[in-house]
Design a protein around this ligand. Sequence first.
Ligand code: 3PG
Ligand code: MG
Length: 382
Amino acid sequence: MTPLSKYLTLADVDVAGLKVLVRADLNVPLDGGEVADDFRIRAALPTLEALVRSGAAVTVCSHLGRPHGVDPALSLAPVAQRMDSLTEYDVRFDGPGDINVLENTRFLDGETSNHPSTAEELADGFDLFVQDAFGSVHRAHASTVGVAELIRSVAGLLLDAELSALGRLLDGTERPYTVVLGGAKVSDKLAVIENLLPRVDRMLIGGGMCFTFLRSLGFEVGASLVEEPMLDKVAAIVEADADEHKIHLPEDFVAGERFAEDTAHDVVAVDGLPRGWIGLDIGPSTGNAFAGFVRDSASVFWNGPMGVFEWEQFRAGTEAVARAISECQGFTAVGGGDSVAAMRLLGLEGSVSHLSTGGGAGLELLEGKILPGVAVLERWVR
Ligand code: 3PG
Ligand code: MG
């Protein structure tokens, strides 16, 4: 079974005339005071718009960044402005529109420590709390947990969709089931590997994290990323997998002379990395093999790029996985900011069953952890 809790949804409540506080995850990247990526803002809109249409007075709150106290550079004002341009409804920052956007919850003392007085302050005057911040439900903060202890609380449309889609990956999804993991750090993914490995048919590992695996197998990895403290754990995982051989590691790479966009680079076999060079992408044979596994799967989950995809010459591996996911006829889910960004960069976001707004929250769910911002909703199920 999944560690998912029971909760009510918008379908279970009549919100007409209610004052509703929505917690969304509007923690988006900013660039020069402008919203650089509005994926999370667009993902938050269906719930907000449904509430307005149903006659609720709607206020939405979120954190943005990791401020220490009030920091004008992390105001939600530009987020509210972008939201207004994305919806027919009138969105106001700290003022009464159809949708009222509150200032950054992390400007409040007691937000991250979930102080009762902060939760009371947030809940004050509202009839209903709608938890829709999937990307933040792994945080036990005043705006994610404290408020939901005080007033009647339900899940929003995005949270419900995320939990259904990612929950499926834990709970007997269709097979063959393939998980593709990348990204820089194996330490971020170790718990997910351990929890998903028994459930999957194949686990394809690329990105910076694959070098810790390869090093543990005795390969020379040059200047590639290796997390030394993880070597023993990784070796144990590979050894335990020896019979079933679900874990697939790269057989070739695109390696660079140094870590730079314009570095000299070449395709090399896994045992042929020139001394001091650094692996910056999986190679074409690996890309083909991974793509083949992905395409013929009935279920796929992908988190983490295969290489430094921001640099064009190290993008091919990530692109091979992304294209295979878009071609796969089965259920496909992509999580983590970089993988989602890669799908969007390639214009493939429309051909994925589920693009997740959660990074850490999605991983914690797949690790089998309880998500406090979801668990708290259970008390309102009667
Ligand atoms: C995220 O971007 O992963 C979420 O918004 C959570 O942000 P946090 O890691 O600062 O709590
Ligand atoms: Mg508008």
